[in-house]
Every structure is written in structure tokens, then in C-alpha cells.
Write a protein that binds this ligand. Structure first.
Ligand code: GLA
Length: 384
């Protein structure tokens, strides 16, 4: 079996923009755009169909049935098309009796449904938590679906979605999920983004190759439009940049939620920002460390592969401020004998060699992300 989710999974999910209004034409167009507009080259590969794809009842064999009005050629046809583009195919079910929108889900049908998904060429399963029966054990049911997927004969990434119920950061990795939703649903405004971000600050420690804390699908570029769109309350550019950078810094999966056929160029560029994606996909996949949280002004460090590290400043507060970053707080005190060679991750600009501290402005709801390399201050004499 392939090792899945060695770095945070990246892709597109239908829910944020389309909700129940999904069909094969839209999904296939999205696959086209992911290839044609550079998203695939940037690393995005899963095209995930969320809730509302099936009929309201199973057939006489107990099988899930795609809604013929939405998917007239069935799901394998859609999967084959997605695969023909060099992308991966994702679908959705639920651990409870019904999906959140009331469609049949996989409780007591785990192995049957996993085999069905495998026969359609599914590579990724999002697995939700609505209508979960009070008599059942949540951890055990996620374990059972992980087993069913592994027994299906296909490599299927298991995207568990239990909204943070029963502290999944303590056990989801061990029951076999590759990513797990740790919060309730995101909405396309800064209150929602910031609420989710703050709720997870101390909950990334289980992040490592194979399984990642998933803070929900991105709203970047939605501009207020769609199922979780917030109209005129939508995020500003700075706020979308904050969201994308925070998800990247914390190694959350990057599942885009905007209609990629219509996203403005500036948001397409943000979603494809090479420095931020490299940070998200860092192969050491270490969790971030929160150094300081002072009234919503937060300073973070994250170790990266090859001895580099990232510095993040996220200003959750409603006011602009000058940010002071003293290197002692980063664990590199004045007598360390090293300087830091700093690059701005978002712009790619070289900041240069720094020692002791940095001082720069950070607007409200904005962030600054740097990458740092160690440079010896002077050549050391050989120890006697
Ligand atoms: C829940 C999930 C969402 C989405 C919907 C679909 O609310 O958290 O991400 O999958 O169900 O009904």
C-alpha cells in the first residue's frame, strides 16, 4: 500500500461553494481548471464531491445509488475523467445513520460501501459525523471505516470529519485517519476563520507524516458567494492571506472551497503561493510552536526540514501594530554565535542577515511569515 498523506493533502471540495447543487459537469470542469490554471502544478490533486451526491434510499441490494439527475453516467465515469487529468477522486459519506443533509450513510455498511467506493476508483473518503447513534462508539466506528478502506483493495485516503468531538487530536491518528476535521464548519468571514484558528492553537502536536489536523476547507477567493459565503461580510484580501498562511503554517490540509472557474487572479496566485505551499508541504511535517500570544498578537516558530525554521506573526487583533520579534524568544539568544538569514515567505523577498531582533508593522487581521537559515557569525577556532 502507498503511504498516504506524508504531507498535508491538497485539493478541492464542492461543499463551501456548491452545497447540494452539485453535478458531474461542474465537477469535471473543476478538474479541467485545476490542471489548466496551474493548481495541479502547485500541488493540488484531490477533487472531492461532498454531501448530496446520492439518492435518498439505497437500492434493493443495500447499495448507495448516485443521483441520476446529478451524475447521469454514474461515479466511475466521473472518477475516470478525474484520473485522466492526473488527479485523484474524492467522495463523501458519514459515520452516522444519515449524512448531514439526510442522505444514506455508512453506519453498519462500512465494508460494503468501502468496496463500492473502491469499484468507482475513489482515492479519498471524507467521513462525516451527523446522526451518529447514541448507542455507538465513535472511536470504534472510525476504526472500522479505516479497516474497511484498507480492506477495499485500493489506497483510499481517510479524511475523518468529527468536528473536534471527543478530542480527535488524541486518537484519530491511532484509529487510522489521514486527516481529521477538528472544528465545526467554516464560514466565509474573518470571525469564523479566526475562531477556528484560535481554537486549534494548542492542538497540532499529533501532526506528523500520515495524519494531519484539518481546520476545514478554505474559503480563500469565495468573495462572499456560495453555500458558506458571507455576502458583503466576506474576508478582505489580508484576511484571506491570513487564512491561507495560517493553514500553511500549521500544516493543515489545503482543500480549496471557492469556485475555481471564477476565482480572481489575485486569489489564484495566493492559493498557489510557492513559499507558503512549501511551508505547508515541508517534509519534516512538524507542528508549530506558539511562542507568544499577547491580546491576539501571536508569534510562532516551526522547525522545517534541512535545519531551517519558519517564523510566523499572526495579528488576530482589530488594530494595526508594530511587531517586535526578539530572537531570544525564538530560542536563538544574543550569544548564540549565529545570525539568521531571513526570507519573506509570502513575497519571496530576501530580508537579509539579522541578529537579536526584528521590528516591522503588521496590519489588523494580517500576518508576516519568514523562513530563517542559520549562518555562523564568524569562523570558530578548532576546540583544543
Ligand atoms: C457537515 C460537514 C461539512 C459538510 C456538510 C455536508 O456540516 O462538517 O464539511 O460536509 O456536513 O452536509
Amino acid at each position: 500500500m502507498a503511504l498516504l498523506a506524508q504531507t498535508p493533502p491538497m485539493g478541492f471540495n464542492t461543499w463551501n461553494t456548491f452545497g447540494p447543487n452539485i453535478d458531474e459537469k461542474m465537477v469535471m470542469e473543476m478538474a479541467d481548471v485545476i490542471v489548466e490554471k496551474g493548481y495541479k502544478d502547485a500541488g493540488y490533486k484531490y477533487v472531492v464531491i461532498d454531501d448530496c451526491w446520492s439518492l435518498r434510499e439505497r437500492d434493493e441490494d443495500g447499495e448507495l445509488v448516485p443521483d441520476p439527475a446529478k451524475f447521469p453516467h454514474g461515479m466511475k465515469y466521473v472518477g475516470d475523467y478525474i484520473h485522466s487529468k492526473g488527479l485523484k477522486f474524492g467522495m463523501y459519506s458519514c459515520a452516522g445513520i444519515r449524512t448531514c443533509a439526510g442522505f444514506p450513510s455508512s453506519f453498519d455498511h462500512e465494508f460494503q460501501d468501502a468496496r463500492t467506493f473502491a469499484s468507482w476508483g475513489v482515492d479519498f473518503l471524507k467521513y462525516d459525523f451527523c446522526y451518529f447513534p447514541s448507542f455507538a462508539n465513535c472511536q470504534h466506528r472510525y476504526l472500522q471505516m479505516a479497516q474497511a478502506l484498507r480492506a477495499s483493495g485500493r489506497d483510499i485516503l481517510f479524511s475523518a470529519c468529527n468536528w473536534g468531538a471527543q478530542e480527535p487530536w488524541n486518537w484519530m491518528r491511532s484509529v487510522g485517519a489521514h486527516m481529521y476535521r477538528s472544528t465545526g464548519d467554516i464560514f466565509d468571514n474573518f470571525n469564523s476563520t479566526a475562531g477556528i484558528a484560535k481554537s486549534q492553537m494548542d492542538k497540532f502536536n499529533a501532526n506528523a507524516p500520515g495524519c494531519f489536523n484539518d481546520m476545514d476547507m478554505l474559503t480563500v477567493g469565495m468573495n462572499g458567494i456560495g453555500n458558506v459565503g458571507s455576502g458583503t461580510e466576506a474576508n478582505s484580501y489580508n484576511e484571506y492571506e491570513f487564512e491561507f498562511a495560517y493553514w500553511c503554517f500549521c500544516a493543515s490540509p489545503l482543500m480549496m472551497g471557492a469556485d475555481l472557474r471564477k476565482v480572481d487572479d489575485k486569489y489564484r496566485e495566493l492559493l498557489q503561493n510557492p513559499g507558503l505551499i512549501a511551508l505547508n508541504q515541508d517534509k519534516e511535517a512538524r507542528p508549530p510552536y506558539l511562542v507568544r500570544n499577547e491580546n491576539g498578537w501571536t508569534l510562532w516558530v516551526r522547525h522545517l526540514a534541512d535545519g531551517e525554521f519558519a517564523i510566523g506573526v499572526f495579528n488576530f487583533a482589530d488594530g494595526d501594530r508594530w511587531a517586535e520579534v526578539t530572537f531570544a524568544e525564538l530560542g536563538v539568544p544574543v550569544n548564540s554565535g549565529v545570525k539568521l538569514d531571513i526570507t519573506d515567505v509570502i513575497t519571496g523577498e530576501k530580508v537579509g542577515l539579522k541578529k537579536d531582533d526584528m521590528f516591522f508593522p503588521v496590519r489588523a487581521h494580517s500576518c508576516k511569515i519568514f523562513r530563517a537559515k542559520f549562518v555562523p557569525e564568524k569562523r570558530r577556532r578548532a576546540a583544543k
